[in-house]
Every structure is written in structure tokens, then in C-alpha cells.
Ligand binder design. Structure first.
Ligand code: VGL
Ligand code: ZN
Length: 215
């Protein structure tokens, strides 16, 4: 796969302690995305200078936390004014907490932009581009288009939530979009969600590659 690195960005989604083993919303082998992402980040930084890292960044009483709703537990879902069927999670990535910090081995030196999302109390954000109302922009589209970026390469956590929705939005916004199979791991809830995510990505013409294939 020949990528024009000068017009490409690597987006590292939510490589945070709470999504790694031992964290509040642990993704199995979540820590294993760090190595392939570090390997690629240096390459992107030296060619285009563009590596973005996103950080899930919730207030303590965030609407996506089961504990914010009486009688609800993680895994339940509720209808919100802007988001029907919002899944509820254990409290995670609380602003300023250790769980919200990036995995300590994630190399942040090549990262040019750290983008925080999900920081409004009553709105969740899976995608790096739009919050879950699918209208409120994070500003990332404008940032990338201003830089002349044409290709978006995505890795990180979790395959079936923030990676999935970020990649679907990137494709919809007409970026050439690639998800790195070896640099993503998924939550796997509800059952089949990871396989379902790969199917949705393929249906949206998102390419799925091994990081080796673009090195
Ligand atoms: C995520 C669930 C809740 C993710 C974030 O990063 O995929 N998943 N918040
Ligand atoms: Zn979250």
C-alpha cells in the first residue's frame, strides 16, 4: 500500500489507562496497541508532522456513566434527547484522574495535537470528529482539511466504539480512511460487536490494513 505520507495523519484513539488491563473500562490486550502505534507515529511525524492523539475526558457525573442514572448499571442503555440507545458504562476517563492519562509507554513526542472529547456533562463522544448527537463538531475536520490531509490512518481503543465511529465519520467526510488491524482492540460488548465493527467499516469502504503493510 503506497501512502502519500505528506498528506496523511495518524490518529491514535483513546490509548488511556482506563481502557488498558487494570483500568475502569478495560479492553482485553488494550496495551498491545502501543507498540505498533509508536512505530508508526515517528514515521508520520517525520513526513507530514501530523499525529493526533485523542483523550476521552469526562466530568465526574458524565451522562454515559451508569452511576449518573438511578437504578441503572453498566451495559444498560437509555434514550437521551440527542442520542437514542446511549450505552451506559462504568465511570471511566474522569478528567484529571490517573485512568484518563495516556498509557505510560505511548510516545507522545511525535503527537502534534491532543484532542479531548466527551467533556460536556450531558453529551458523549465516541467519534473524534463529532459528538454522539452527530452534529457537535470537535473541530478535527477543519484542522485536518486546513492542513491538506487526504488520508486518515486510525488505531487505538476501542475497535467497536471510538475507533469505529471515528473511522466511519472520517470516511463520510471524504478522507481516504484506513484502520490498522494490529493496532486496535475492542470491548466486545454486546457480543459480536467487534466483528460487527469490522463489517460496518468494510461496508463504508474503510480499508483494514496491518501496520506492516503501510510501513
Ligand atoms: C470508549 C466507551 C466509552 C472508547 C469511550 O474509547 O472506545 N468506549 N467511552
Ligand atoms: Zn467514554
Amino acid at each position: 500500500m503506497n501512502i502519500d505520507f505528506s498528506a496523511s495523519v495518524l490518529i491514535e484513539i483513546d490509548v488511556q489507562n482506563d481502557f488498558c488491563p487494570g483500568g475502569a473500562l478495560a479492553v482485553a490486550q488494550g496495551n498491545e496497541v502501543v507498540k505498533p502505534l509508536n512505530n508508526l507515529a515517528g514515521l508520520f511525524a517525520s513526513h507530514s508532522g501530523h499525529v493526533v492523539a485523542t483523550q476521552d475526558w469526562h466530568p465526574e457525573n458524565h451522562v454515559s456513566f451508569a452511576a449518573s442514572h438511578t437504578g441503572k448499571k453498566p451495559g444498560d442503555s437509555i434514550d437521551l434527547p440527542e442520542t437514542k440507545g446511549q450505552l451506559l458504562w462504568p465511570a471511566h476517563c474522569v478528567q484529571g484522574s490517573a485512568g484518563a492519562c495516556f498509557h505510560k509507554e505511548l510516545d507522545l513526542s511525535p503527537v502534534s495535537l491532543i484532542l479531548r472529547k466527551g467533556f460536556r456533562e450531558s453529551l458523549d463522544s465516541y467519534s473524534a470528529f463529532f459528538e454522539n448527537d452527530q452534529e457537535t463538531s470537535t473541530g478535527l475536520e477543519g484542522f485536518l482539511k486546513n492542513l491538506g490531509i487526504k488520508t486518515v490512518v486510525i488505531g487505538g481503543l476501542a475497535t467497536d466504539y471510538c475507533v469505529l465511529y471515528s473511522a466511519l465519520d472520517a470516511a463520510r467526510l471524504n478522507f481516504h480512511t484506513i484502520v490498522l488491524r494490529d493496532a486496535v482492540r475492542g470491548v466486545g460488548y454486546p457480543e459480536g460487536s467487534i466483528e460487527g465493527a469490522f463489517k460496518s467499516l468494510e461496508a463504508a469502504d474503510v480499508l483494514i490494513f496491518d501496520s506492516k503493510e503501510i510501513l
